[in-house]
Write a protein that binds this ligand. Structure first.
Ligand SMILES: [Zn+2]
Ligand SMILES: [Zn+2]
Length: 387
């Protein structure tokens, strides 16, 4: 008699593949032997897994929908859910958990891995100057990678020969062996050493790639790097990574930015910092200086009268561009007041006169030691919290 596979999963007869998968995952999480050691749960887990295996296979599902049972007779007369047909049940569960589910293989045996595999992602690092990070650049890189074999176009075979079923594993892609342990005999399986899990071998392999379907080569790659990137960021180039075994579709290539330190500017996110030296007299009287910027050329910076050492003058919008945005960071000019180290007699005279003037101004007389909330400490605090 046909089993109620839909009822076991708790779905209607019109359930979509998505609904089937969702229902199965939910039950498998409750019933999986790793989380639920209860014997009844294990039995139900086997039943539920079998139901999912049947219903996720369009051919088997069709048999069920016509009133049949695709598992009848498959277990050598036993016909039960614990029959030999479900040796691969656990593997299928894990596939379902990790989203790699495709139609289950006939008879419930684990499917061979297949000769064609997706290629690996690769990573290259490239040095960029701060200016290149600011404006964006197309970097021409040479990468050592795996490309499709042009002789066999990935087939791995020579001429018109075809792959054949692996004799060692009979096409299963894995071999099983019985090991004795103190718990008794344990059946273990491992990838077939002859076909390395593919289930098939190539008797007459391609002369160029030896059957792998791909060859190592150096490739020139033009990597477009957008403006605003920073150290450690990765630019992803889809399908520019390694071609997979058997000509499987290429992985992605990641280009990691290694930002070189700049002589003048220190970067902090989108903001830039630099030091601007201002002569003592200019700081006192105020002036305008021209400083270099990363993207806008020489730019005027106003120094107000009475500027103190360590003050920061901000050029809004003259920092780094924000990635994928038209916004810009700021340029913070840290003002370094320069006291002349050598004075000629005329300058010394003038400063002495200036000093004489200042002493008469009572308001200017103050203690040489300032309090904590003024002077150096306050400026340090302001520069740490001001941004
Ligand atoms: Zn080849
Ligand atoms: Zn094999």
């Amino acid at each position: 008699m046909a089993r109620d596979y839909y009822g076991l999963l708790g779905v209607g007869r019109d359930a979509s593949d998505q609904e089937l998968k969702r229902a199965y995952r939910k039950l498998a999480r409750e019933l999986h032997p790793d989380v639920n050691p209860d014997e009844a749960a294990q039995t139900r887990f086997k039943e539920v897994s079998a139901a999912y295996e049947v219903l996720s296979d369009p051919e088997k599902r069709r048999i069920v929908d016509m009133g049949g049972d695709p598992l009848d007779g498959g277990g050598g007369g036993a016909g039960g859910f614990s029959g030999a047909g479900f040796g691969g049940g656990l593997g299928d569960v894990f596939e379902a958990f990790f989203g790699g589910m495709s139609g289950a293989a006939g008879g419930g045996a684990r499917k061979p891995r297949g000769r064609v595999q997706p290629g690996a992602d690769s990573l290259v690092r490239t040095r960029l100057s701060l200016a290149e990070c600011a404006v964006g650049v197309t970097k021409h890189l040479t990468v050592d990678t795996a490309i499709l074999c042009d002789l066999c176009q990935g087939a791995g075979t020579n001429g018109n020969s075809s792959p054949v079923r692996c004799e060692t594993c009979g096409g299963a892609g894995e071999v099983q062996s019985v090991q004795r342990s103190f718990l008794g005999q344990v059946l273990t399986s491992r990838p077939c050493p002859t076909c390395r899990g593919a289930g098939e071998t190539i008797p007459d392999p391609c002369h160029k790639c030896g059957g792998d379907g791909r060859v190592r080569a150096r490739r020139e790659i033009a990597a477009p790097v957008p403006a605003g990137v920073a150290n450690g960021m990765r630019v992803r180039l889809a399908a520019q990574g390694e071609v997979g075994p058997g000509g499987g579709h290429a992985g992605d290539l990641y280009v990691e930015i290694v930002e070189q330190p700049h002589d003048v500017f220190v970067r902090d996110g989108d903001d830039l910092h630099c030091t601007v030296r201002v002569p003592m007299v200019d700081a006192a009287l105020g002036t305008t200086v021209v400083i270099d910027t990363i993207m806008d050329g020489p730019t005027e910076l106003t120094i107000g009268p009475g500027t103190q050492p360590g003050e920061i003058s901000v050029l809004r919008g003259h920092g780094m561009p924000r990635l994928r945005s038209s916004a810009r960071g700021d340029l913070m000019a840290h003002l370094d007041i320069v006291v002349p180290s050598r004075l000629d007699s005329k300058q010394t005279d003038l400063l002495r006169k200036y000093k004489g003037l200042r002493v008469k101004d009572k308001a200017e007389v103050m203690s040489a030691q300032s309090e904590h909330n003024s002077g150096l400490f306050a400026r340090l605090r302001a520069s740490f919290s001001g941004r």
